[in-house]
Design a protein around this ligand. Structure first.
Ligand code: BG6
Length: 476
């Protein structure tokens, strides 16, 4: 469906998300022995009329380069059931197929995981169908879990309505709201960095940090997804979920323990400390050419770029701006967190102009973290320059394969670990921050300024960052 996926007509097991992410993730789990034949079976469900082999051949096409022997073993785990998203026939067939498999398997416990790679408009009906036709029969030990993909609503009210609808069908512990940024290696590392390093503990506050930027850039536009994207825009597509989750991990207090509920409690608290966004601290952009997509209306004001300032009202962060910025069709593909420290008081080296200390965590591509330091320029003179303490994963962990986000999150779901999934109250708090702004944008009170594809985005965004305190140094 949506997420990474293409147009709405190609959803479900034959859709784009399934192709780019879900099946490759399942294959990698299989390849590493986390999914084993005899224990796991995969049922694809979608509207298209396909045979088992038809689906298998498609999946083969998504997994180019996989060794043939593994691949054919993996493909044997897959079956296909076709049906619509809102009537019992298809889901009855699905249940029958699952039950037959379960009856033939040696396992005592029946575990059913449903992955909804679908447009959210069909979530309530699909969940109702699953609830009515496909639940793990209560006569058996086991469980039923459901993974859902964003967007979870369009604003606070619609999100609450969706939550209430799903909440009537499933318990919170059965619902896995996926935000794939939480499956990224360096996002997961934030918790460790923050709370396992004495070096950062005393510095991580308003006394030492001037501002924090959380930035997402993509060097391609909405290609083929204009119809979906235009209804949501960059704030709902990236900022309100992916960047806000990163924000939580950067800004939250130390959880009582690593229990998923303790971590999610802290996220909710920090989100509740953020005021709704002040429209004076927002820049919206739309790249030239976005409206050439025939599925995008000619008068669209939907932002493909946005920069917004979050203000956190608590003891740790009062006065420190968090700049969340995301854009499509920019000059590079990169996601990073930049923690900028304050100037050194008493600048005896007269080096202030060279820049401040910055701690940069690059989430992708080429995972890395580095600290920008002022050092003596090697040589006879007492001159200074900016350099880095650099931990690049490609160098330090040369032989380690970093798992894909979806791989990790599907495994978490199988294991029943909800730490890296969004809880209902967290979702609500997230929408509270953005809803007034989103309504102003929808009402046309804020206009997106045009920018050139392949550029840094609107210059107004750099001006906004500078206005709230960010000092740009070399090598942005
Ligand atoms: C998805 C968005 O959630 O994340 C897409 O819907 C975006 O618009 C994608 O391209 C980015 O994910 P990643 O992992 O490539 O940074």
């Amino acid at each position: 469906g949506t997420g990474h996926a293409g147009s709405r007509s190609r959803a479900g097991a034959s859709g784009d998300l399934a192709k780019k992410k879900t099946f490759p993730a399942l294959y990698h789990l299989f390849d590493q022995g986390f999914i084993q034949s005899g224990e796991v079976h995969i049922f694809g469900y979608a509207r298209s009329n396909l045979s088992d082999d038809g689906l298998r051949e498609r999946i083969r096409g998504y997994l180019k380069g996989a060794p043939e022997e593994d691949l054919s073993e993996f493909l044997q785990l897959i079956k296909y059931v076709s049906g619509s998203y809102d009537n019992g026939d298809g889901f009855g067939k699905l249940n029958k197929a699952i039950s037959e498999y379960e009856a033939s398997s040696k396992s005592e416990s029946y575990r059913r995981l449903f992955y909804l790679a679908l447009p959210p408009s069909v979530y309530p009906s699909v969940c109702k169908m699953i609830r009515t036709y496909c639940m793990n029969p209560s006569s058996h030990p086991g469980w039923t879990r459901v993974i859902v993909e964003k967007p979870f609503g369009k604003d606070l009210d619609s999100a609450e309505e969706l939550s209430a609808q799903l909440g009537e069908l499933f318990e919170e512990h059965q619902l896995y709201r996926i935000d794939h940024y939480l499956g990224k290696e360096l996002v997961q590392n934030l918790l460790v960095l923050r709370f396992a390093n004495r070096l950062f503990l005393p510095l991580w506050n308003r006394d030492n940090i001037d501002n924090i930027q959380i930035v997402f850039r993509e060097d391609f536009g909405t290609e083929g997804r204009g119809g979906y994207f235009d209804q949501y825009g960059i704030i709902r597509d990236i900022i309100q979920n992916h960047l806000l989750q990163v924000f939580c991990l950067v800004a939250m207090e130390k959880p009582v323990s690593l229990k998923p509920e303790h971590i999610r409690d802290e996220k909710v608290k920090v989100l509740q400390s953020v005021n709704p966004i002040n429209i004076e601290e927002v820049v919206l952009g739309q790249y030239d050419g976005y409206k050439d997509d025939p599925t995008v209306p000619d008068d669209s004001n939907t932002p493909t770029f946005a920069s917004v300032v979050l203000r956190v009202h608590n003891e740790r962060w009062e006065g420190v701006p968090f700049i969340l910025k995301a854009g499509k069709a920019l000059n590079s593909r990169k996601a990073e967190v930049r923690v900028q420290f304050k100037d050194v008081p008493g600048d005896i080296f007269k080096c202030k102009k060279q820049g401040r200390n910055e701690f940069v965590i690059r989430l992708q591509p080429s995972e890395a973290m580095y600290v920008k330091l002022t050092v003596k320029k090697p040589g006879l003179e007492m001159a200074t320059e900016q350099s880095e303490l650099d931990l690049s994963y490609g160098m330090r962990y040369q032989n380690v394969k970093i798992p894909e986000a979806y791989e990790r999150l599907i495994l978490d779901t199988i294991r029943g670990d909800q730490q890296h999934f969004v809880r209902r109250d967290e979702l609500k708090a997230a929408w509270q921050i953005f809803t007034p702004l989103l309504h102003d944008i929808d009402d046309g009170k804020l206009k997106a300024v045009p920018y050139q594809p392949g550029s840094r985005g609107p210059k107004e965004a750099d001006e906004l960052s500078a206005r709230v305190g960010y000092v740009q140094t070399h090598g942005y």
